[in-house]
Design a protein. Structure first.
Lengths: 98, 514
């Protein structure tokens, strides 16, 4: 398994939408390399015949009646928003303009 | 009863005296609020104190009781709530700057159930940011201190709930346990903490870290009190699609049963010995001896795949966390931080918001999770970890085919000093080595005080584990072991904790300014 380096961390931070300084990238790359090294034995623990478990107690077909249930009012939904206008979330520009 | 007697009482004892009208709910609630005012400046167990609402709920209980109304057994018994669980009328921060000052527009199901039982909510307790940590040092609002030694950690992530209960600020608290966040703080503060079977208590309104591992559960000073609380908060909830349909009954009866004769109790070979502090090992062996004398049969079992549990956990948990925490985008709730310069696009606002709002440990786990889920690594990391989960379930199944419950130390060491492991994430993660297997398999676990370690005089935790949906067995064995241990100590372990009021006198009042 490949080791994790500073460029990897910079790429992952972009994917995760977390701005990081050069110092943070250096430190994080060092720490993550140690952690990734410590967990790598996991990939050798189980053979191909072992099924994966995604959920500790499997449940299937958890359904409810198709009726309006517990909903927030528009006012409640917007109550914690950093910015709202005319009953809607107000969002910065999606695309960069030239 | 004096104020000191009121705050040192178990929830069960308070409930009995309230029902007999020997004490009032207002008196009980006020005594705990006074205690918080006196000692929390030194402890920082609470992030918010809910004085007015708690007293008004208590007054309402007293009025109803005076009119002869039939009330819930725990009506008027106050409780603290971990600040990861959402509450109307109080802020919920998850210990993070990104939610500083945020108020939830809805109650968690467990909070609704507390309100229905008319239990006054004293306030919200401190935690590692988004429950990520084993020491409460990762809270954006400062660490909580251990009432046994103010220079030491109270465990984590639920250090606030455990410290509040250990310091007699509350008889009961709610915690959440993803890898040991209820049980390990219980162990290092000399209190009781239970992680119920996955799905036995609704997760609706607990801010999610790792959805397939997270579980809400009780924190208390006695095993019976945790049983009483789990019966209040447990049961099916249509708002949580992973909620089990089993009724939340029989736990209190199990705690009151009072015998373990003929039960088979398994020691897990992989969860003691090397890597465990000598004083932890000694107290663990004493508990085994007591259970044997009470008629239980002690057998040894092996769970060979537990050696991979920590690794699997530190792949699954960050993967799920990275996905769950994507919702903190600076748009719908919480903090929004604008970038210092350049174009003001949503993507850059998100990057700046999450950089300013999340602490180091949260960033570390998000990056690790993003890595484990990324194309090319998914099978080797996340896929392998899910297979290990199957192996761990198989180990538990094999162990429970020969035993009724399993037993181990809850944590490998007693409480360490604040700051000691802060710069070494891996050393911090090792605290959870004995608690993580239960989360991966979904089985219930309970930690109770096992005495004080010889070398440092600090509390040691004993962990009991049972098969999924057999939470009652934990309460049955836990209550018996607790009673035998308390006989040997001549009273509860917390009687041996140092007096806090004197130490805190100079700091009392600082909380009021918050």
């Amino acid at each position: 398994m490949a080791a994790i380096n500073r460029d990897d961390v910079a790429h992952l931070a972009r994917l995760a939408h977390i701005e990081m300084t050069g110092d943070e990238l250096d430190r994080m790359a060092g720490e993550l390399a140690v952690i990734v090294d410590a967990v790598k034995s996991v990939s050798e623990a189980a053979g191909a015949d072992v099924p994966a478990t995604s959920h500790p107690i499997p449940l299937s077909n958890v359904l409810r009646e198709d009726v309006v249930g517990h909903v927030l009012s528009q006012e409640q939904a917007l109550s914690g928003a950093p910015d709202a206008q005319s009953g809607r979330f107000r969002v910065p520009a999606i695309l960069e303009e030239d | 009863m004096t104020n000191s007697e009121l705050i040192r009482s178990s929830a069960a004892n308070l409930a009995t005296r309230l029902a007999a009208k020997e004490i009032s709910a207002v008196e009980v609630t006020q005594a705990h609020l006074d205690r918080i005012a006196a000692v929390d400046g030194a402890l920082n167990a609470f992030l918010h104190i809910n004085t007015d609402e708690a007293l008004s709920v208590a007054a309402d209980v007293d009025a109803r009781r005076a009119h002869g109304e039939d009330l819930h057994e725990l009506a008027g018994v106050p409780i603290a709530v971990k600040d990861l669980i959402v509450t109307i009328g109080q802020p919920t921060t998850a210990g993070s700057r990104i939610l500083d000052g945020w108020h939830s527009p809805y109650d968690a199901t467990v909070v609704r159930k507390l309100r229905e039982a008319r239990m006054p909510i004293l306030g919200k307790t401190n935690l590692d940011e988004f429950a990520m940590g084993s020491s409460t040092e990762h809270s954006a609002f400062g660490p909580t201190r251990n009432p046994w030694d103010l220079d030491r950690i109270p465990g984590g992530s639920g250090g606030g709930s455990a410290a509040a209960v250990a310091a007699f600020e509350a008889p009961l608290a709610l915690g959440t346990d993803t890898g040991g966040s209820i049980r390990q703080p219980g162990a290092v503060t000399g209190t009781v903490g239970v992680k119920p079977t996955y799905g036995a208590v609704s997760r609706y309104g607990a801010i999610a870290m790792a959805s397939s591992l997270d579980q809400i559960g009780p924190v208390s000073r006695t095993v019976l009190d945790s049983a009483l609380l789990q019966e209040v908060i447990g049961g099916h909830d249509p708002f949580d699609s992973t909620s089990l349909t089993d009724p939340s009954t029989g736990l209190v009866a199990a705690a009151r049963l009072g015998n373990v004769s003929g039960m088979k109790i398994g020691i897990i070979r992989e969860l003691h010995g090397e890597g465990y502090q000598a004083g932890v090992e000694n107290r663990f062996n004493e508990s085994l001896e007591l259970l044997k004398q009470a008629g239980a049969e002690i057998v040894e079992v092996s769970c060979p795949n537990f050696q991979y549990a920590l690794g699997a956990y530190y792949l699954i948990m960050p993967s799920e966390a990275s996905s769950n925490l994507a919702k903190f985008d600076g748009v719908r709730f919480g903090l929004r931080t604008l970038p210092g310069d350049g174009p003001m696009t949503i993507e850059r606002v998100m990057g700046a918001t999450r950089a300013a709002g999340f602490g180091d440990e949260v960033k570390r786990r998000i990056i690790l999770g993003t890595y484990a889920l990324s194309a090319g690594y998914y099978d080797a990391y996340y896929g392998s970890a899910q297979k290990v989960r199957t192996l761990i379930q198989q180990d538990f199944n094999a162990a429970f085919s020969q035993t009724d419950v399993l037993i181990s130390p809850t944590a490998p060491t007693t409480a360490f000093k604040l700051g000691e492991k802060l710069d070494d994430p891996l050393a911090m993660y090792l605290n959870d080595v004995a608690t993580i297997p239960a989360n991966l398999a979904g089985v219930p676990g309970l930690s109770l005080p096992g005495g004080l370690a010889d070398e440092d005089g600090l509390p040691v935790g004993i962990q009991l584990l049972a098969p999924a949906r057999e939470d009652a067995r934990l309460y049955r064995v836990g209550a018996v072991l607790e009673s035998l241990l308390e006989q040997s100590w001549g009273g509860p372990l917390l009687d041996q904790a140092p007096e806090l009021a004197g130490a805190a006198a100079g700091l009392a009042g600082t909380k009021e300014a918050k």
